[in-house]
Design a protein around this ligand. Structure first.
Ligand code: UDX
Ligand code: UDX
Length: 434
């Protein structure tokens, strides 16, 4: 099939290159000319494992093309996926849909025959209805169908999540569109993916409810870990013990510094805003948002305690600053709160992250990017393991220690308190007896 993907971001680039890899012809469009030029020069603007090879393979086969020309791409496609950003607007946390509506208004000019317009971006319930109204100003109803096909891609594992999804959700108010999308996804369905179709608003709500539930699971476990610390229980035992119940499931019960990323924080807020709009109090999700925000502050202040309330002039190293491993994405990462907080209180901060230096810290005069772990951990008072990149999972602390005995604050519980204590390290972690 001939496909147009609008928005060459984390979602659009992965979706576009994966659709091309399924044998379709894909135009990937973005308004950012610099980004398109990079892609046409074999450079990838984001850090996503496997994406470079996937793009190269399909670009050289001629199945994947990058352009800023929306007119050309829409006219030469049957299915148009909208993958532009839907960030949180400052107005009470609702989703900012201006990019979606702008793209829709423009693409409707170029509809020259029947098209299926698909929202893959996370959009609030009823957005499809509004998109339909915008297009109807320019085109007759029989020339298009608007469909919801939300993405469930995790950054760092997005290609695998596309290729082996638990389910493909299609929300359409027409059988033709559902049939067309089902044949597009046929190669994945043949490999076991479950195809689930509902109406358009149903699919829009499934996406938000999914992310909000996952965020709830994480926040629930994070709060239980606070109780574990007070009651002398190992939070990992609790997460295994409850996760063995098939009704709960063992995934997304890992404690950490607070969930971040471009989705959970944005989507939980947007869902509560939808609740308000439809006069429905989503009190559980509101408390998840509050609990997660409180956790960021609570765990940041723990640094003060670990350093016996003396932060000024202390040398602190962050191992990992991204919101999760295998991505360069800093959106809503807890390091964005922790590092400025410690910097304001006079700490000198090194950080090392495998995805490279971060512009977010460039204006902080006592925050330095280090090119490797040894350099970052030299003569410091405290090492904070913030993001669970693989290379932090088997550190040789004795070797890193050589110049000065530093304390360790393991925010991802990568090491065992017992072993660390046996080796004489001053080790702090989450939800366990340190
Ligand atoms: C984002 C959200 O993270 C995700 O939850 C939502 O489902 C889709 O939007 P992401 O790929 O991370 O996904 O967005 P982003 O990385 O911001 O990329 C959006 C791209 O769209 C950017 O490259 C931007 O230049 C492009 N864009 C935006 C257009 O091409 N045209 C526009 O009018 C606006
Ligand atoms: C999430 C959803 O998983 C995905 O389905 C949706 O399409 C987009 O949003 P993503 O945000 O990329 O994906 O990453 P994810 O792996 O879900 O992690 C999100 C945050 O939760 C990260 O900050 C991560 O550290 C945290 N997390 C995740 C935990 O703290 N504990 C866990 O057990 C899992």
């Amino acid at each position: 099939m001939k496909i147009c993907v609008i928005g060459a971001g984390y979602v659009g680039l992965v979706s576009g290159s994966c659709f091309a890899d399924l044998g379709n012809f894909v135009w990937c469009v973005d308004k950012d000319k610099q980004k398109i030029d990079m892609l046409n020069n074999n450079q990838i603007p984001i850090f996503e494992p496997g994406l470079k090879d996937l793009i190269n393979k399909n670009y050289s086969s001629g199945r994947l093309k990058f352009t800023t020309n929306l007119n050309l791409a829409v006219k030469n496609s049957d299915i148009i996926f909208i993958c532009v950003g839907t960030p949180t607007s400052n107005k009470k946390g609702s989703a900012d849909l201006r990019y979606v509506y702008k793209v829709v208004a423009e693409l409707s000019l170029y509809i020259n025959k029947f098209k299926i317009i698909v929202t893959k971006s996370t959009v609030p319930v009823t957005t499809g209805d509004k998109i339909e109204k915008i297009i109807l100003k320019k085109k007759r109803k029989k020339l298009f169908e608007v469909v919801s096909n939300p993405e469930f891609l995790r950054e760092g594992e997005a290609i695998r999540d596309f290729r082996f999804p638990d389910r493909i959700v299609i929300g359409a108010n027409s059988k033709i569109a559902t049939k067309k999308l089902k044949s597009l996804y046929d190669p994945l369905i043949k490999k076991g993916a479950i195809f689930f179709s509902t109406n358009r608003r149903g699919a829009e709500l499934i996406k938000y409810a999914s992310n909000a539930f996952l965020a709830t699971k994480i926040s629930f476990m994070n709060e239980i870990s606070n109780l574990c610390e007070k009651t002398g229980v190992n939070v990992e035992d609790v997460s295994i013990g409850i996760g063995l119940d098939k009704r709960i499931g063992s995934r997304f019960l890992r404690v950490g510094p607070a969930y971040g990323g471009s989705c959970f924080p944005k989507d939980t807020k947007a869902l509560t805003f939808t609740g308000t709009l439809f006069k429905t109090d989503l009190s559980i999700i509101k408390s998840v948002i509050k609990s997660n925000e409180k956790r960021r502050i609570f765990l940041t202040e723990r640094v003060k305690k670990i350093l016996s309330n003396k932060i000024k002039n202390k040398k602190i190293t962050f191992l990992g600053v991204t919101f999760k491993p295998n991505t360069d994405d800093m959106r809503q990462s807890s390091s964005l709160l922790m590092i400025p907080y410690l910097h304001e209180r006079g700490a000198k901060i090194n950080y090392y992250d495998p995805s490279g230096e971060k512009k977010e810290f460039s204006r902080l005069k006592n925050v330095f990017f280090c090119n490797d772990i040894n350099e970052a951990c030299e003569k410091v008072d405290l090492v904070i393991i913030h993001t669970e990149w693989d290379e932090f999972k088997s550190l040789d602390f004795k070797k890193l220690y050589r110049k000065r005995k530093f304390k360790i604050y393991d925010m991802r519980n990568l090491y065992s308190p017992r072993d660390m204590k046996k080796q004489g390290f001053s080790y702090h972690s989450i939800g366990r007896q340190n």
